[in-house]
Ligand binder design. Structure first.
Ligand code: COS
Length: 388
């Protein structure tokens, strides 16, 4: 749903210009320094990009899913590290509060998230709980002392995007150790700097330099009871699943954006590059790679827009979100591979951006649910719907 086409066009133009004029020229610097230049982060804040999904009453743009997907596609046309900082905060990091937070929690955190004063992070995965998220072992045990009701949190979260930058973490922890399943899990807002919370070293990874992940370690970390999202125990896994469901459409939109950029670069290269006395874009075997990429990209874009509109209309989109994430992330991997092939030897050199994108996009098939998890969600829903 696009609420106001004129405002939306203006926003997309602004983001598109920012990507072209500020982010694309800074891609190499991010790669070299493993850091998004602070001046660019400041500009992102001033543009309101950290408030894309925050409700208007808390200072955000309150974008619909369709609008968010369009903005993320634009932001995808550059190094995905830029999107990682913004997207994790406006996406999985903050949406638990938007969906299920109490009015007090929303009033306290959402305005600061909207301005980017606070960056949000999502702490679900653990060393032994990845795809099987409900088996998480981090505990949050309720108690009372002279300072009131609180939870004592112990455990380690792994691969946590934005951990070093985060001002708050949406934490999933087990409040009922006797319940080893999803029903024993609750969600919390934990502020960075809370005694007992520490951040591990920044992990070295395959791509997306400048987007940082690290362990988040809780050692007898005392979290006030008021930080329990929604004020109800046992709801945390559902909050996480709702957040991830929306996140999967967001990531699929990102895959579309990045694939568009890679295909544009590959097409430009194919037209410029001369072999056997002509532009290689004139050779049918190269044309096949361009055409297959364009076709799959079109399909992914249509899927994302359809799922986003369905969600905006209040529809149940668990299956569609997983279909989008599965298809778009796999498509993006294929487009990256073909783009390297079109660039030939140049595609293997760091000098050309395609080498960087090839590494950057590999994570799309892994995070926010692997391709195999998406297949499981889709098939399970099919069986459930058939039985009903
Ligand atoms: N929206 C709302 N509730 C949902 C939901 C959704 N999209 N998906 C599941 N739930 C609810 C279920 O309805 C169920 O509630 P009830 O017990 O009241 O029926 C509860 O959550 C548990 O669901 P389920 O039984 O399906 O849980 P499983 O342990 O079988 O796990 C998968 C389901 C595998 C789909 C889940 O663990 C998953 O998504 N894993 C991947 C995690 C992931 O994406 N990690 C990336 C980390 S973030 S980068």
């Amino acid at each position: 749903m696009i609420r106001d086409p004129e405002t939306m066009t203006a926003l997309l133009d602004t983001v598109s210009r920012f990507v072209r004029e500020r982010l694309v020229p800074a891609e190499a610097v991010v790669e070299e320094t493993d850091q998004i230049p602070p001046a660019i982060v400041q500009e992102m804040k001033e543009m309101g990009l950290f408030g894309l999904t925050v409700p208007e009453e808390y200072g955000g743009f309150a974008l619909t899913m369709e609008e968010e997907a369009l903005v993320i596609m634009e932001l995808g046309k550059t190094s995905p590290s830029f999107r990682s900082l913004i997207g994790t905060s406006v996406g999985i990091g903050s949406q638990g509060i938007v969906f299920d937070g109490t009015p007090e929690q929303k009033a306290k955190y959402l305005p600061k998230l909207a301005t980017g004063e606070l960056i949000a992070s999502f702490a679900l995965t653990e060393p032994d709980a990845g795809s099987d998220a409900a088996s998480l072992r981090t505990t949050a045990i309720r108690g009372t002392d002279g300072d009131g009701e609180h939870y004592i949190v112990n455990g380690t979260k792994r691969y946590i995007t934005n951990a070093p930058q985060a001002g708050i973490f949406t934490l999933m922890a087990r409040t009922d150790p006797s319940n080893k399943g999803a029903g024993g899990v609750s969600a919390f807002i934990v502020e960075a700097g809370t005694p007992g919370l520490s951040i591990g070293k920044i992990d070295k990874k395959m791509g997306q330099r400048g987007a940082h992940i690290a362990d988040v370690i809780f050692e007898n970390c005392r979290v006030p009871a008021s930080q329990l999202i929604g004020g109800k125990e046992g709801q945390g896994f559902k909050t996480a699943m709702k957040v991830l469901e929306k996140g999967r459409i967001h990531i699929a939109a990102l895959c579309v954006g990045v694939a568009e950029r890679m295909l544009k670069d590959a097409l430009t290269y194919a037209i410029d590059r001369k072999q056997f006395g002509q532009s290689i874009a004139g050779f049918q075997l190269v044309q096949a790679m361009l055409a297959d990429s364009r076709t799959e990209l079109y399909a992914a874009r249509c899927m994302v827009m359809d799922a986003a509109r369905k969600r905006d209309d209040g529809g149940e989109v668990s299956t569609e979100a997983s279909c989008c994430k599965l298809f778009a992330s796999e498509m993006c991997g294929r487009v990256a591979d073909r783009a390297v092939q079109i660039f030939g030897g140049a595609g293997y050199l760091s000098e050309y951006s395609i080498e960087r994108f090839y590494h950057d996009v590999r994570i799309f098939r892994l995070y926010e649910g692997t391709s195999q998890i998406q297949q499981i969600v889709i098939a399970r829903n099919m069986v459930r719907e058939h039985s009903a």
